[in-house]
Design a protein around this ligand. Sequence first.
Ligand code: PGA
Length: 269
Amino acid sequence: MEILVYPDARTASASAAGRMADVVRQKPCAVLGLATGSTPLTLYHHLVAMHRTGGLDFSGVTTFNLDEYVGLAPEHPASYRYFMEENLFSLVNIDRSRTHIPRGDCPGDGVPAACEAYEREIREAGGIDIQLLGIGGDGHIGFNEPSSSLASRTRIKTLTEHTRQANARFFSSMDEVPRHVVTMGIGTILEAREILLLAFGEGKADAVARMVEGPVTANVPASILQMHPVVKVVIDEAAASKLERLAYYKAVHQHKPVWQRWDIPPMGS
Ligand code: PGA
């Protein structure tokens, strides 16, 4: 894992956006794995700015989002389709037919078939080039809650009360927060060629430490990323505050040869 610690979420997001933009520039038909929530918002603002002022071109890009709530129509303001429209898709030149979000609104017995179709679509697109991830305070990635199979594929999951409470801010009451979601599996996420995980704030410090320095366990789903060969963990000082080897990670970064560095903020960000 490459651990990059920035003074604040703003500079960390700019750097991570630069990496995503590089992938798109190098491969105009790149397949991006996208995430929702508070964490990637500033990164999306940077991508939009790079599109507007730097000509970053999304016309050939394909996207697959990690997850969606079961039972919410795409027009629902708390749905992840709505989030992506608001924060990225409607603001760049992406072809909507190449944007994919798991289906949360099909009838219950249609969900397994929709999950299989999602896996197939990822394969047919050639696999995900770079997968953006946040991390839950309980160590989840996507909506793979603790105890999720580390080999899981896209499927329906039941949210923990911890996650429902964390996400209640997007709904008018706790009762409205769905209990079920459709999420890419951990096995699905691990097949991405590169992982870019963002975490900001003290509330994520414990999960980050367990992901990076704890044992690999289904109890902390993000810990399986230790088994992935290309993971960039982009965090602020607060989220890094419980890492035991923080000084070492900083030294690794500081002494990295220039030709190995990807984290130079791009022009126009
Ligand atoms: P957040 O969610 O970005 O809103 O903190 C991250 C997650 O739950 O994966």
